[in-house]
Design a protein. Structure first.
Length: 410
């Protein structure tokens, strides 16, 4: 009697995990395949949690990659609410729900978890984080007209939630420790534009603040900020995310000490044989950019999932897609391509019209010397293909700033 082959095992319930499973089946892999997720929902996309769902533009079920029956129909052994608790890379085994089983190849797509703020968690106040399906349901239920929401952190999550909350008639105060929201990512000029956009829509945005204390009250919370007490009905903490590398560390995989991600090569192979990493958790070499990076965005999860599946199918594929992300806030739509890397940027060039209730229509270009390391378009959808084409090339700043030079001529 022939022994059944060990399955390919995917650990995670996000977009990277779901993409690997989908690409394997669509790519012709007909062998055993298992997905383990610690949530009670099949793999789903994260962006709708802070965008379409909070805005009431789509039900939360629209975030699912596939309905649950798809996995049965495609012979994917889906283990819901079943976290993997241990990996033995030498024996090629995983342990979940007290049971140990073998794998032929393993994909770590464990994603990230919300960075906690002990000052808030220990306050006794109602505190929200937004990372998972259940988080989004709780937060949406709390966005009632006339209520007051305090948001600690002016990053992408904080700003997107603020935009949704204002649509529902919620008063919003954002408390950001940096000089501007998104300052570390966008720099002074572009971050100031996002700050102006939110203030124009009635958000009480306070930057460069210091949080001294948070206290839960019968009606919500009190936050002591620079000697003043801010009263809110509830708090959202959005101060970033931490890659979930606990399994990888316990299994002895190489983890990048700076980013916290699992180190991989350009094919997303980890330091252990037959183990790959994808999505938020992967710190991957990138030949085009010339440095390794870890990216917590939707498109990277998709691209990583495709690359891992291709390599599992024996196609010897490198990850070379440029990082990409997008946001929708009020009537502003934005797409960003590239990554400045550890060396950063030394200049930002803007072209077009900025400001107004919709943020204007413009492009922004981040340069290190004459090398274009990142670019962004706001409400200028014809520009995206040019962003992708130009990032990584040498372009004089004066040509980027010259509106008389068409993007296609750069």
């Amino acid at each position: 009697m022939t022994e059944s082959p060990a399955p390919i095992v995917i650990v995670g319930g996000g977009l990277a995990a779901g993409t690997v499973a989908t690409e394997l089946r669509e790519g012709g892999y007909d062998g055993p395949l298992a997905v383990y997720t610690d949530e009670a929902h099949p793999p789903y996309e994260r962006p709708p949690l802070s965008k379409d769902y909070l805005l009431d533009n789509a039900p939360l079920t629209a975030a699912l990659m596939h309905p649950e029956q798809w996995y049965a129909e495609h012979r994917v052994d889906l283990h819901l609410a079943t976290p993997v608790t241990a990996i033995d890379t030498g024996r090629h085994e995983v342990t979940a729900a007290g049971n140990t089983s073998s794998y032929s190849k393993l994909v770590l797509a464990t994603g990230s978890r919300a960075r906690r703020l002990p000052l808030a968690d220990d306050s006794g106040a109602e505190v929200h984080y937004l990372r998972q399906w259940d988080d989004a349901q709780r937060l949406r239920a709390s966005l009632t007209e006339g209520s007051r929401l305090g948001i600690v952190g002016g990053g992408w999550i904080g700003l997107e939630v603020a935009s949704a909350a204002r649509k529902h008639g919620v008063e919003v105060v954002i408390l950001e420790m940096a000089p501007q929201p998104l300052h570390a990512v966008l720099g002074d000029e572009v971050a100031a534009l996002f700050a102006g956009l939110h203030r124009a829509h009635g958000v009480d945005l306070r930057t460069g603040v210091r949080l001294d204390a948070i206290r839960g009250t019968a009606d919500g919370a009190e936050v002591d900020v620079d000697g003043e007490t801010v009263t809110v009905d509830r708090l959202l903490v959005g101060i970033g995310a931490i890659p979930d590398v606990s399994l990888a560390e316990a299994a002895g995989l190489t983890v990048d000490m700076q980013s916290g991600g699992v180190r991989t090569d350009v094919r997303l192979r980890t330091s252990a044989d037959d183990v790959y990493a994808a999505g938020d958790v992967a710190n991957a070499d990138h030949r085009v950019l010339g440095h390794s990076l870890r990216v917590e965005h939707w498109d990277t999860a998709i691209q990583h999932g495709k690359v891992v599946a291709a390599n599992l199918l024996g196609r010897d594929t490198e990850h070379d897609a440029l990082p990409y992300f997008f946001t929708d806030q009020y009537d502003l739509g934005m797409e960003y391509v590239g990554n400045p890397g550890p060396e950063g940027f030394d200049r930002v060039v803007l072209r077009g019209t900025t400001g107004g209730d919709d943020g204007g229509q413009f492009t922004a270009w981040w340069l290190r010397g004459t090398r274009l390391v990142a670019a962004m378009q706001v409400n200028d959808w014809d520009a995206t293909d040019h962003l992708r084409r130009l990032v990584g090339s040498e372009v004089p700043a004066e040509r980027l700033a010259d509106d008389s030079v068409a993007l296609e001529d750069l």
